[in-house]
Design a protein around this ligand. Structure first.
Ligand code: ZN
Ligand code: ZN
Ligand code: ZN
Length: 655
């Protein structure tokens, strides 16, 4: 235990000159009652100090723009590793972020599809093959003796203008003839074209009559045509009736039928974060319209990508098909691809055998943190705080970084006991990779598995902020002052049960609930009692309660039809004499949309306080009304920060 993070004299918020030593490369839990200062120590002292040091590594120019960056109120933090915070803030993520992009699964998929994917024609859907010059020569020689053939290089395809520069360039390169809009013409003097019309220009590379021994000449002409035609060449053959018939060949991926040639496919071609890949209509968002009235983009069907991305397949799946799968399904499918891949010495098989293992292991980490049910294209904005945090944890496990200090705020919040255990084993893996893991945690089962516990308290707010005990779980259990220790050791007297009789007839009955993964669910929720709905992650708790029961019940109680309020279809039934008249949802969503919202403004206490101040003698003498005491409006609020109390510095220039 000689490698320690030493904190001396921490005074942020209610911490009172806290001194504590925390072992590195261990699983450490910081605990204590609500308001004891746990999160302050983890996030605002240890993590903030780690970030501040990162910022000190910036150039002076970059740093000068961060003059306002406060030093945390702490005398000394020593032995700190580079810190990464795996938080639950899902609201702050980019609009295009999905589960696949945030875990880097998408970038690996893009590499795989761009390098070894099979490209299909956007017109007719057939697989596109590119032809080598030798293969085209073979085709020409197979046309038969005495056949008259022209080799043309397409230079301009249906473009408006006189094309004078094109003709000059071709003449300079030594070409004598061109085919303009289907007619053969001399290049000197250049043909006169109507500048208002579209024209097509093909350079005439060679005119031959097929016979034996032409191989080397054809080879030269084909290569020249492909160079002049940027990878494309037209073979025009005289037909028995005297007409000419064109076939387009390409050394790149092109469809001869549709005369469509695929642009080079790069990983960014498959990215909705890149202008080259993003659907032009929704700019890669997958949805169109104003916030609140959004609908799926009809051009890309919500896939966020241009049509081309769906024309690239691997084992008959496009990247869009894969991203529509759940983590579990994708894991199974990609594992299958990996098993069936053979090292045949080609560059393709090398890419497959390099990229697929990364993908399979990252999907495995997502399963291990209990997110097997999420689809890869799930927008991170719609993830719950816990799901967001566990996705980032899976990403951290997949990154394979070592020597990092990971800080997690209550990672087990809202988790079923089964899922908590999976999470702990992931945290142990992160530690065993050579990292320090620091949790703010309440869950007793998790605390028992920590290597070290820092217990703050003894109470909350002014009665907190002190170190009660710091050591292995046994030390904490043995500490008589520690409330946490008493709980861990089972010394707390259990509260006597005050269970009520449940009357089965006095209940709200829900039938045929089918939202998300609910399957024709029928359930009775007894009234007048405390009732718990539980189940592992993804089992449908939220779909049942906040997705179905609450909106349906409040709609019916307020006399509206369910169809009118867009609530999910299900049947609801409750006894006449239930006395039910209102549903109140107490969830964890933030209280106010305004950054100035505080507990005092939310509960309207502040309005009363402002009135009291406006009644004082001095306020009346100065003519101040209650608005003078509001930080929400002028003239009360501070002009510099518009009443926020802090100023945000744009960080876009950070590396
Ligand atoms: Zn085609
Ligand atoms: Zn779109
Ligand atoms: Zn201010």
């Amino acid at each position: 235990m000689d490698r320690m993070i030493r904190v001396r004299g921490a005074r942020v918020h209610n911490l009172r000159g806290l001194d504590v030593d925390i072992p590195r490369d261990q699983l450490v839990a910081i605990t204590g009652v609500s308001g004891s200062g746990k999160s302050t120590l983890a996030l605002e002292v240890i993590f903030a100090e780690g970030q501040r040091r990162f910022l000190q590594g910036l150039t002076p120019g970059q740093r000068s723009r961060l003059d306002r960056w406060e030093r945390s109120e702490v005398d000394l933090v020593e032995g700190l590793p580079a810190a990464v915070c795996i938080d639950q803030r899902s609201g702050s993520t980019a609009a295009r972020s999905t589960l696949a992009t945030m875990t880097e699964i998408h970038s690996h998929l893009r590499l795989l599809f761009a390098r070894v994917g099979q490209v299909h024609c956007t017109g007719c859907g057939r697989r596109l093959e590119s032809r080598s010059p030798q293969a085209i020569v073979d085709v020409l020689q197979g046309l038969g003796e005495k056949r008259r053939v022209m080799l043309l290089a397409p230079v301009v395809s249906r473009r408006r203008g006189r094309q004078l520069e094109v003709f000059e360039q071709l003449a300079t390169e030594g070409f004598v003839r061109a085919r303009v809009d289907g007619e053969l013409v001399e290049l000197s003097p250049p043909p006169e074209l109507d500048s208002h019309l579209d024209h097509s220009v093909d350079a005439v590379i060679d005119r031959v009559v097929i016979r034996d021994g032409l191989g080397p000449r054809l080879q030269d002409s084909v290569e020249l045509a492909l160079r002049v035609g940027s990878g494309r060449l037209i073979v025009s053959c005289e037909m028995p009736d005297g007409g000419w018939d064109d076939t387009l060949y390409s050394s790149r991926l092109a469809c001869g039928e549709c005369e469509w040639s695929a642009p080079p496919i790069e990983p960014r071609t498959l990215s909705f974060n890149s202008p080259e890949g993003a659907c032009e209509t929704c700019r890669g968002l997958g949805r169109v319209g104003e916030p609140g009235e959004e609908s799926e983009c009809s051009d890309c069907n919500g896939t966020r990508l241009r049509g081309l991305a769906q024309q690239v397949t691997f084992h008959d799946d496009s990247i869009v098909d894969i991203c529509r799968l759940s983590v579990e399904e994708a894991h199974t499918r990609l594992s299958g691809w990996l098993e069936s891949s053979e090292d045949d010495g080609t560059p393709e098989s090398a890419v497959i055998r390099k990229v697929l293992p990364h993908l399979v292991s990252r999907l495995g980490f997502l399963e291990r943190v209990g997110l097997n049910y999420l689809t890869l294209d799930r927008s991170t904005r719609t993830l719950s705080g816990g799901e967001f945090q566990r996705s980032r944890l899976a990403g951290a496990l997949g990154s394979g970084l070592i020597g990092v200090g990971y800080v997690l705020d209550e990672p087990t919040i809202g988790l079923h006991a089964t899922d908590s255990q999976k999470l702990v084993s992931c945290l142990e893996d992160l530690r065993d990779q050579g990292n320090s893991v620091l949790l703010v945690e309440h869950d007793l089962a998790v605390l028992r598995q920590a290597d070290w516990i820092v217990d703050l308290g003894p109470g909350g707010g002014r009665r907190g902020g002190r170190l009660v005990v710091s050591g292995p779980p046994e030390d904490v259990m043995a500490c008589s002052e520690s409330v946490t220790g008493a709980h861990l050791a089972g010394r707390m007297a259990e509260r006597p049960r005050q269970r009520r009789e449940v009357d089965p007839g006095h209940a709200v009955t829900l039938r045929r609930a089918n939202l998300n993964n609910l399957k024709d669910l029928e359930v009775a929720v007894p009234l007048g009692v405390l009732c718990a709905v539980t189940g592992v992650s993804g089992s449908g708790k939220t779909s049942l309660v906040s997705g179905t029961l609450v909106p349906l019940l409040s709609a019916e109680l307020s006399g509206r039809k369910c169809e009118d309020v867009g609530t999910p279809a299900a049947e609801l039934d409750w006894p006449e004499d239930s006395g039910l008249d209102r549903v109140v949802l107490v969830d964890q969503s933030s209280l106010g949309r305004s950054p100035r919202s505080t507990p005092a403004t939310y509960t309207k206490i502040w309005d009363e306080i402002r009135k009291v101040f406006a009644q004082t003698r001095m306020a009346r003498a100065k003519g101040f009304d209650s608005r003078r005491f509001s930080f929400n409006t002028d003239p009360g609020r501070c002009e510099e920060c518009s009443g926020r109390g802090h100023v945000t510095v744009e960080m876009q220039f950070l590396p």
